[in-house]
Each structure stands twice: as C-alpha cells, then as structure tokens.
Write a protein that binds this ligand. Structure first.
Ligand SMILES: *Cc1c(COP(=O)(O)O)cnc(C)c1O
Length: 463
C-alpha cells in the first residue's frame, strides 16, 4: 500500500496500491481525447500538435520542461460550466489550481467568478482587472492584512472558516465603515475523494466549522449579531477529484437542514449555498469524469428537492471547480535524458523536470499517463517509470506507464492533464528553475508565465 494510504480506502486521495497498472494500450500512438486537451492531435509526420503547433517546434522555441496550455479548451470549459449552471447559479474558478493574469482575463471574458485564498492570489486577480465583487476570499487563517485588503477593495464574499475569523472580519469591516458579505464554511461530516465518499460523525481536519454539536448553528447566531457582517449563505467543500455525486447529495442535504434551522430560529432564509469544488477529471483512460451539465443538473435537483422538503425557497447555488476547468487543458513537455532498463522490473526514463514541476505523484501517489510525442513508434510497449532529475528516489512523475521500447535520449514525451496543481505547486527544489506556461491558440503560442532564470533565484538570495 501507498505511504499516503487514505483511511477510506485505496481509491481515495488518488492513492492506488503499489504495482497498479493497466495492460498496455492496443496502440501506444493513440492519444485518448479524455486525457488530452481539446486541440491536441498528431500531424502527418506523427508529431503531436496543440492549437496547430508541433511539439518539436514548441520545444525548440520555448525549451523543456514547459507547460503548454490550450487556451481554446480552457475557454470552452469555462463556457460549458457557465452555461450548465445558467443565470440562477454562480461558477467560481478556484484560482489555486492555476492562476496567472492571462487566466484571470479569460475568466473575466467568459463570465466566471474567481476564488482566491491568499493576498498573492488576490493581487494577481485585481492586477488583471477582475472586478472585486466577482472575487471570493477563502482560507483557514487569513491574516488581518489580507482581510483588510479584501474588505477595502470590496470582494464579493469572504468565506469565514472559524469563530475567531467571524469576529476578526466583523471588526475590520466595521472599522472601515463597511458591511462585508460573508458565507460560513461548514464541515458536513462528509469526505469525498475519487470514486467513494465516507460519512463521518466528526471531521478531523482544519477547515470549516462542524455542523455536528451545533457548532455551525452557533457560528450563524454570532455572525447574524455583528454589524460588520452580512451573512449571505453557507459554504461546504467536501474533497477533490470526486466522481461520485453521492457525497454532494449528503452535503447538500445537511446544508439545507442548517438553512431550515436558521429560518426556524432567526426567521431568516439565507439566500445562497456554495457546494465547493472537487469535481474529478481523467488523468488516465480509466477515469470517467462527468460533464458540467450533468453535474449542474444533479446538484440543482438535489438542492431543489431538499428545499421543497424543508419548505424553503431554493437558494442561489454556487460551485467552485478548479481542476475540472484547467486540469485537462495543459500538458507538460519533457525531453528524455536517460533510459535505464532494470532487468525483470521496469525501465526508468529520466526527464529534464520532475517533482519540482509536478509534486502530485510524490505527494499523494497521483496517477498520470504519458506519451511519446515527437514521433510515432511501432516498437513493443515497455513498462516504464518516468522520473525527474532531483536528488530524491521519490522523484517520480508517472509511476507506471507504457512507452515504446525504442524510446531514446532526445525524444520528447508529454504528460497530459497537468493544468491543475502542477505549476501552482511547483518549487525550486535543487534550485530548479520553474518552467514556463505557454498558452497556445489557433496556431499562435504565447508565454503567459515565463521560465524562471538563475537571476531570479539569485535576486532572492541577498547574500
Ligand atoms: C481546492 C478548493 C476548490 C477547488 O478544488 P478542485 O478540486 O480544483 O475543483 C474549491 N473550493 C475550495 C474551498 C477549495 O479549497
């Protein structure tokens, strides 16, 4: 079993038993559209293209490793989410998945709102012109400085995460002569990852205020009393990489139950509920994610049904997909440096990046797929492990995958579905220079986050 085994079983938190891999695909040259960005294909030479540009030319121009982001796909996904949820709901893109000023502009143009969870993310959003009222501010330990700035610029909502924060935000808002719109984040006793969810009596985690034991009801009581706060609703986020809607069902039911209690006690019907993000994407061909319209339909049916049963007006729903929007839109392009066959085990393929540009495999045994992209090959499949160049044996990018047995130094390979939580979690370990993010659209490629340089590293090191 994995080091990071999840209490709810091996399919949780992207954890799989050691040695799990499927049979080799019938044709290693096939690109599964489930895991690759929308405009990815192969040209007549067999070279993989994105937005009409070959990866050989892209590697030449921008170097490797690099993230290539399909802007057409990103915008299409934004539109699909916005249309699926319609006028009576709000879609907040979770900026922590990947945020840059270009991304903020795309979101703004496509009509999405934005979740931020730090002063840095807030600055990025504001500097690219996202209207403050379309920003939600999250986090379990926002600093007073962050709260003050958020209130001053007029963010649309602050999501309150603790009893201390209720008082802190109220006090800051009042001192600025403002009334801040807020939601209270509750933990509903549901934790969902991947294909299952578990319902627990108590949530043993740092986020939110428990529904259990009347904690959340008490938080509402306090928030309603404070002049600096306008309580607009309840927030719940139950996990990540979720395929099963049952967790949302239990969560929505429990949140609606709280809304009913609030109405009974205070005569107030809170107008909004936020069901968080966490919707899963396909990292490998085995994953079957749901389409935004299916998710929207399922969530709105659950909420409508529960509200009818409780005699409540249906509140405005919001959701916060991060991974589901940006994850599938990008791939990481690497150049193969060494190929090391270990007799009877597998072949280790070393690339020019690693855990500094994709920590998810090392962090929670995330699964990825990988393909040879600079050419096609008819060679036999070989069981491979794609590893990075860092001084850690856990520096694994793709634990188990099949690559053609004629793979050689100099070949380009690419790992799809790296748009979320890869660049945003990238590090300078071993003084690695974090790779650029290049947006590709209609035959044009544009750097939206440039590659780090040694000067960047040395600028921080003041000697
Ligand atoms: C991380 C997070 C999200 C986004 O999660 P994804 O898995 O990227 O969809 C949404 N809301 C909150 C509160 C989060 O912490």
């Amino acid at each position: 079993m994995s080091r990071s085994a999840h209490p709810a079983g091996p399919r949780h938190a992207d954890v799989l038993p050691e040695g799990h891999y499927s049979a080799p695909p019938a044709d290693l040259n096939t690109l599964d559209p489930k895991v690759w960005a929308r405009t990815v294909g192969r040209d007549e030479r067999g070279v993989v293209t994105v937005g009409g540009l070959g990866v050989d030319a892209l590697a030449e121009e921008f170097g490797t490793p690099a993230y290539f982001l399909d802007e057409t796909d990103f915008r299409a996904r934004c539109r699909a989410w916005a249309e699926a949820f319609g006028k009576d709901a709000d879609v907040f893109y979770a900026g922590k998945a990947f945020l840059s000023r270009a991304v903020v502009r795309w979101l703004k143009e496509e009509g999405l709102n934005l979740d931020v969870c730090s002063g840095g993310e807030l600055s990025t959003a504001l500097s690219a012109g996202m209207p403050a009222e379309r920003i939600a501010f999250h986090g379990n330990n926002k600093s007073e400085e962050e709260i003050r700035r958020a209130v001053e610029v007029g963010v649309g909502r602050i999501v309150l995460d603790s009893f201390q924060e209720i008082v802190r935000v109220a006090h800051i808002a009042q001192s600025l002569g403002k009334r801040q719109r807020v939601q209270i984040r509750v933990t509903v006793g549901v934790e969902a990852h991947t294909h299952e969810f578990i319902a627990t009596a108590h949530e043993d985690q740092k986020f939110g205020i428990a529904l259990a034991g009347g904690q959340a009801a008490e938080a509402v009581r306090r928030a309603l009393k404070l002049d600096g706060l306008e309580l607009i609703g309840i927030h719940s986020h139950i996990g990540s990489q979720i395929f099963d809607m049952a967790g949302f069902e239990v969560s929505a039911r429990r949140v609606v139950q709280l809304l009913a209690e609030v109405r009974d006690e205070h005569g107030v019907e809170l107008p909004e509920i936020d069901l968080g993000g966490g919707l899963g994407i396909a990292y490998t061909s085995e994953d079957d994610p749901r389409e935004p319209h299916e998710i929207a339909k399922a969530l709105s049916e659950i909420v409508t049904r529960e509200c009818e049963a409780a005699g409540l007006r249906t509140p405005r729903i919001s959701v916060e997909p991060g991974r589901a929007i940006v994850g599938p839109t990008a791939f990481t392009l690497y150049r193969v440096g060494t190929v090391k066959p270990l007799e009877g085990l597998r072949t280790y393929v070393s690339v020019d990046g690693g855990m500094s540009d994709n920590i998810r495999t090392a962090l929670y045994d995330a699964e990825y797929s990988v393909s040879l992209v600079s050419r096609t090959s008819e060679a036999e499949p070989m069981l491979s492990r794609v590893v990075g160049k860092h001084c850690e044996s856990g520096d694994i990018v793709v634990r188990d995958a099949f690559l053609p047995s004629d793979l050689a130094p100099g070949d380009l390979i690419a790992v799809p579905a790296t748009g979320a939580y890869c660049r945003s979690m990238a590090s300078n370990y071993n003084h690695a220079l974090r790779p650029p993010v290049v947006a590709v659209r209609d035959g044009e490629a544009r750097v939206i986050v440039r590659r780090e340089t040694e000067e960047d590293l040395l600028r921080l090191d003041v000697g």
